[in-house]
Design a protein around this ligand. Structure first.
Ligand code: SF4
Ligand code: SF4
Ligand code: SF4
Length: 342
């Protein structure tokens, strides 16, 4: 059985050649992952199952066979005991928990979460993963503060935590798990078809559920402090080529059947950067600020609207930019025909 599993259809590199995602390769402390033809190749024998790549991947394309952060959150919330995250007990490594999971755990449990660094000093990979752990916990605390929660991820350093209670994975009272289960039907069709399906990773579903417990927040954070949250804007040079909202893996970018506008929902955006990578005219970009109010309300924002007309030749809808009444393809065909007959 593979230690580290890759759901290739979730990897954004399968959606576009222009994608430049190397987050999993960069986060692995023992060089288990190498990018071959833009596809992550995993050397299972090298993998030490720390989960660094799993928390770094924006689309949850990677998962460990022996550890599920989602399960851990449920177990933590269902237990009345304090949750102490410890690599000798309930997690493979502190790096395995993304800020979204940490924040969800603290909000849903309504208690501080304790992260034990006691074993880090003697850990061989700490020099490689320490920075990622530090930024994930700092980001989680920044979000908790911004969301007006009094709970925090607290750090302790105890070498042996004897009292950590093994969490009971059988209790499932608090939540409707079906909301988080993957749709197995998509695993029967081919990879490309699956890759085109928009989906929200489990950790984002959980995070959005946790946010329902937050009343409001007017805090504005800096996008650069956030690893998986961002807002987008579009400049007027956008030619409505449709690529960004067609490739967006989560459905954060959308349009209507006439492609008459582009709408953005920050609660669905995974900050994977694919929309920016594929835009040939550099029209779409990440804004500096991130509004927690829009995130909590799941506000949709119309980033741009287009003048849509019906093509006089083929009757298809097209984005009218100049005076022509023909769509782009019919314009090309018309000029080719003129060239031929002249
Ligand atoms: S981090 Fe995820 S999306 Fe990015 S290359 Fe690795 S598997 Fe693909
Ligand atoms: S809006 Fe862009 S960054 Fe956000 S999920 Fe979609 S493609 Fe990725
Ligand atoms: S923002 Fe860029 S990729 Fe998106 S429709 Fe406009 S030109 Fe195309």
């Amino acid at each position: 059985m593979a230690k580290l599993e890759l759901s290739i259809h979730r990897c954004i590199n399968t959606l576009s050649k222009q994608s430049g995602c190397y987050l999993c390769e960069d986060s692995c402390p023992v060089d288990t992952i190498s990018m071959e033809n833009q596809t992550p190749e995993i050397s299972q024998s090298e993998c030490i199952e720390c989960g660094g790549c799993v928390s770094a991947c924006p689309t949850e394309a990677l998962s460990l066979s022996k550890f599920s952060p989602l399960e851990l959150v449920f177990e933590s919330v269902e237990s009345s005991d304090e949750t102490i995250l410890d690599c000798n007990s309930n997690i493979p490594c502190l790096v395995s928990l993304s800020p979204e999971y940490l924040v969800s755990m603290a909000i849903l449990k309504n208690k501080d979460i304790v992260a034990n660094f006691g074993s880090c000093g003697s850990c061989e990979i700490f020099s490689e993963v320490g920075g990622q752990i530090d930024s994930q916990i700092s980001e989680a605390n920044l979000l908790l503060e911004g969301l007006n929660s009094s709970k925090r991820i607290k750090l302790i350093s105890i070498e042996s935590v004897k009292d950590i209670q093994k969490l009971d994975s059988k209790k499932r009272g608090l939540f409707d798990l079906s909301a988080f289960q993957r749709d197995n039907s998509i695993f029967d069709s081919d990879t490309l078809k699956k890759a085109k399906e928009k989906s929200t990773p489990d950790r984002r579903k959980l995070f959005l559920m946790a946010l329902q417990r937050v009343e409001s927040s007017n805090h504005i954070l800096l996008s650069s402090d956030l690893s998986s949250l961002s807002e987008k804007a579009i400049k007027t040079n956008c030619n409505n080529c449709q690529i960004c909202y067609r490739v967006c893996p989560s459905g954060a970018l959308k349009s209507d059947y006439k492609n008459s506008f582009i709408e953005f929902n920050s609660s669905l955006c995974l900050k994977c950067g694919l929309c920016i990578d594929v835009c040939e005219v550099n029209a779409i970009y990440e804004t500096e600020d991130f509004s927690l109010s829009k995130l909590i309300k799941r506000d949709k924002e119309r980033l741009i609207e287009f003048n849509i007309a019906k093509c006089h030749e083929c009757d298809g809808y097209f984005t009218k930019i100049g005076d022509s009444n023909l769509c782009h393809r019919c314009q090309i065909e018309e000029s080719e025909a003129l060239e031929l007959w002249s």
